[in-house]
Design a protein around this ligand. Structure first.
Ligand SMILES: [Zn+2]
Length: 317
């Protein structure tokens, strides 16, 4: 059985997963091994600690998708310089989590423009309490915040292609984007896609299973048989891997919904093990089967802790 990856042996898959887990403070002071994979003449994926990074480098300079963890920024910059030693012009953040925006302060401070969805700046600007992990991520300093924000889509015309950054509502969070490099034929899915492990759905941050499924469907619609798909965490994948992930998400959702329809409580749904067929592989890396069922159950019943952000100001003529 493939379980989404398609590019690796199981042993290689597990090693890659362990290296790229969403990390907390304990792991942050280590020497990190970075692996760079050229995906086209301009796009390179870098795996280190934290979310997977895409680097575009070419005639117009360098821009990157996500910048991992703050304490590791110097190490990350060293790995990016091996791809190109030209200055980084832009950073796109795929969402607000600390393992994707940690380098903003240093890289933005060196002159790069940080670009992100409106909700990323909103959430980074204030303390974020998370009921699931029972911890608060404090507001980031002003220098870490995105300076260009968008509400649905932004396009970067650089290095020979029109790179589209598209907001996907309420998936892993309420500020996720997926990034499409049409000429390189590469898609960066951010944390919409956890390849080879159960996904985290940040209910406090506005995530839902329904939005995650819809976002995967957008990714599938942009891909063809040659597309290289970068997940937020885990090894490289492709259209087939995305389709298998979609199948898993939709069936897991349907299994949980069927038990809700029978009138079961959350505890009863967890005990019924509606994700049993995937638990042995996907449920033993990070997010557990019980945690995944909680995410799905709460998404479907509306029992999350989501605090809607203030509606964005819209101008009417
Ligand atoms: Zn995340």
């Amino acid at each position: 059985m493939q379980f989404f990856s398609n590019r690796k042996t199981l042993a290689g898959l597990l090693a890659a997963l362990l290296a790229s887990l969403p990390v907390t403070a304990a792991a942050q002071d280590q020497e990190v091994e970075y692996a760079a994979t050229a995906l086209s003449t301009t796009v390179t994926m870098i795996k280190g600690r934290g979310g997977n990074i895409a680097v575009s480098s070419g005639e117009d300079g360098v821009f990157i998708i996500d910048d991992q963890l703050k304490p590791l920024t110097d190490q990350l910059l060293g790995s990016i310089r091996k791809v190109s030693d030209r200055p980084i012009r832009f950073v796109i953040n795929t969402h607000y989590h600390a393992d994707h925006v940690g380098g903003n302060e240093t890289i933005g401070g060196s002159g790069a423009v940080i670009i992100a969805h409106d909700n990323i700046r909103e959430r980074m600007s204030t303390d974020q309490f998370n009921h699931f992990w029972k911890e608060t991520t404090p507001a980031w300093p002003k220098k870490s915040l995105p300076v260009v924000t968008f509400n649905d889509q932004v396009t970067l015309h650089l290095n020979g292609e029109a790179v589209k950054v598209t907001h996907v509502p309420r998936g892993h969070t309420d500020g996720d984007s997926i990034v499409h490099f049409p000429t390189s034929n590469v898609i960066h899915m951010g944390d919409i896609f956890f390849n080879g492990l159960y996904p985290y759905i940040d209910l406090d941050g506005g995530g839902t299973i329904q939005g995650m499924i819809a976002a995967v469907e957008l990714g599938i619609s942009l891909a063809d048989d040659e597309t290289q798909v970068i997940p937020g965490h885990g090894p490289m994948s492709d259209l087939q891997g995305l389709k298998e992930y979609h199948e898993f998400l939709t069936r897991a959702r349907d299994n949980v919904q069927a038990l809700i329809d029978q009138g079961m409580s959350l505890d009863q749904v967890v005990a019924a093990k509606p994700t049993a067929e995937w638990d042995d592989i996907l449920g033993k890396v990070w997010i557990t089967p019980e945690q995944l069922v909680i995410f799905i159950f709460n998404s479907l019943t509306g029992v999350d802790h989501f605090t809607p952000l203030e509606p964005q100001e819209t101008t009417t003529e």
